[in-house]
Design a protein around this ligand. Structure first.
Ligand code: NAP
Length: 538
């Protein structure tokens, strides 16, 4: 007879004796992403499950979020019977283990037994609970459903081997260890742990926290049977959880395999970076087996250890590491050395790190699409890292470059190094430029501040490197003065496109990247203004 290998059938056919074989099969059949669902009442939780069921064949029902979990059993039975293709974990985590269930262990055990009878093929049992059960009680539960024995560390990632050793004293079908990443390297520790033990046990492992993104996306290839995703950004059941949709659509977790190359953007802070959205879309569009992650790098030492161990093939470097990274590189192109800042790293097969600066392309390319740069008269406001990339890039193309910086000495130093000129703010009203470029951070995140007053803006083009908001006050004033404007998003996309080309050797899908950035900035602006944007993205 044909045996249909659906997760529910396998789990239901399991007994305490054959469970190891059964759990291995279950491991093979489970989707990679389990969507955690919570709700303040049973109807709400099951309605969410119902809405998800078609596209998400693996869910976790967090009964501990319900005030009276026992009242949900009838609805859970209805759901599992009408959705036999959906694998369901029933979880009723006690407060002592980081959940919300206030009842005693006896009530928790009773509930878990009942959710198994109601059709949940898996139940989550914390090690703290297992330690207080008689072996026969755990066996009885396992005869009804696969047991995911879980341990959560909300403070760090430590003693993983010891923890597993303690856990395997209790029979279970999956051993789930969820720790907290307090550094990027904690992800490496988690993945090495999974690799060491995956042949002996069915494991689930990941790190919580913003720095845990690496393990959330890559743990499956290190040996984790599955991972968890949130239903939506507002409905996370663990710190740092990514939505299931992002895991599938942005990070393409179902396609991540041993050959998948890892890329990332490293900075501090990094939460609001648009790079993962555009780079993952570009990788997908160009059929590159790669994934791009946002790495919250609080220190370079931590970052470099990860680059080596994971390994990370290409890295975008952003504030505050662009200058500090230079001594750690094996080589840079001459331009990057002159600029004194690196925003792009390539890791070669032998582990060597090569640095580039693509901010220059980000400035030069959009301008070259509009004007000839030879002898063009260009004012650069600022003398920081981005200004340096602009000044050297423009001088290289034969432009006449003028620098105006708040701290004049810094501006003079850059002018000397790049053979450019400085100018005084008072003289601005007397001069016309082909292009004015804002390379200061003035205007970032608000529409109140501009580095220049309206009467100081006398140019054909005004280019603002600041990209959020999409229309800065400087660009608004420039438009009113009749200038053509170039938004920072264009620079962002051009410098990212160059990074993509350096890493993959393929042309970047610039139009698509620009669309994604424009859409994301529109959504951010709408969120700031408290309005909802009607999405035009397909
Ligand atoms: P940075 O190295 O920290 O330099 C900041 C510059 O802004 C310095 O010249 C600084 O002047 C000036 N500045 C800061 N506050 C000021 C104020 N209140 N009034 C006048 N000048 C002020 O930063 P960066 O990496 O060069 O970045 C500069 C801007 O470019 C940022 O907004 C960044 O987001 C943007 N950027 C955009 C892209 C893109 O792809 N669109 C790429 C890179 C950078 P002092 O020297 O006098 O302190």
């Amino acid at each position: 007879m044909h045996l249909e290998l659906r997760p529910c059938n396998i789990a239901r056919s399991m007994t305490a004796e054959n469970n190891h074989y059964g759990s291995r099969l279950l491991h093979l059949r489970l989707p990679r992403v389990c969507v955690a669902i919570a709700g303040s009442e049973a109807n709400e939780m099951l309605e969410k499950a119902e809405a998800l069921a078609r596209d998400n064949p693996f869910i976790e029902l967090r009964l501990d979020y319900l005030p009276k979990p026992g009242l949900a059993l009838g609805k859970i039975r209805e759901f599992t019977e009408s959705h036999p293709h959906v694998a369901v974990i029933g979880t009723c985590r006690r407060m002592a283990s980081g959940g919300r269930f206030r009842g005693p262990i006896s009530s928790q055990l009773d509930l878990l037994g009942k959710v198994a009878e109601a059709g949940c093929q898996l139940v989550d049992v914390e090690i703290q609970t297992a330690a207080r059960l008689r072996p026969a009680q755990l066996d009885k539960l396992r005869s009804k459903a696969a047991v995911v024995l879980s341990f959560h560390d909300f403070r760090g990632t430590q003693k993983l081997d010891e923890t597993l050793k303690k856990m395997t004293a209790y029979p279970a079908d999956f051993y789930k260890i969820v720790s907290t990443a307090t550094s990027l390297f904690d992800n490496v520790s988690m993945m090495k742990f999974l690799e060491r033990h995956q042949d002996a046990h069915s494991l689930v492992g990941l790190c919580m926290g913003e720095q845990g993104i690496i393990s959330r996306v890559l743990a499956a290839r290190a040996g984790s049977a599955f991972t968890f995703g949130a239903l939506s950004a507002d409905e996370k059941t663990a710190p740092g959880q990514v939505t299931a949709r992002e895991l599938r659509m942005t990070y393409r977790i179902d396609q991540v395999d041993a050959a998948t190359k890892v890329y990332g953007v490293a900075g501090d802070p990094i939460e609001h970076s648009l790079s993962p959205a555009i780079m993952n879309a570009a990788l997908q569009r160009e059929n590159v087996n790669g994934v791009f992650l946002a790495l919250h790098a609080k220190s370079l030492k931590d970052l470099l250890a990860c680059v080596k161990e994971i390994p990370i093939h290409g890295l975008a470097i952003t504030m505050p590491h662009k200058q500090a990274i230079l001594p750690h590189l094996d080589n840079t192109d001459p331009f990057t050395a002159k600029i004194g800042a690196c925003n792009t790293i390539v890791r070669s097969a032998d582990g060597k790190l090569y640095g580039f600066n693509t901010d220059t392309s980000g400035v030069v390319r959009p301008l070259e699409q509009r004007i000839g740069l030879q002898d063009a008269k260009i004012l650069v406001l600022g003398a920081g890292g981005a200004a340096r990339a602009a000044v050297f890039g423009l001088k290289d193309r034969g432009a006449q470059v003028f620098i105006l910086n708040r701290h004049t000495e810094k501006g003079k130093k850059l002018a000397r190094q790049a053979k450019a000129r400085t100018m005084k703010r008072l003289d601005l009203k007397k001069l016309d430029f082909d292009v004015i470029i804002n390379a200061t951070s003035v205007g970032m995140g608000n529409t109140r501040e501009s580095p220049l007053n309206a009467e100081e803006i006398k140019a054909k083009y005004v280019f603002d490197m600041v990209y959020d908001p999409a229309e800065t006050l400087l660009l608004k004033l420039a438009k009113e003065r009749g200038c053509e404007v170039i938004a920072g998003s264009e620079m962002f996309v051009h410098q990212a496109a160059r990074q993509f080309e350096i890493w993959t050797g393929k042309p970047a899908p610039r139009e698509d990247m620009l669309k994604i950035v424009t859409q994301a900035l529109g959504e951010r602006a709408a969120a700031r203004n408290g309005t909802k944007l009607i999405s035009k993205a397909s």
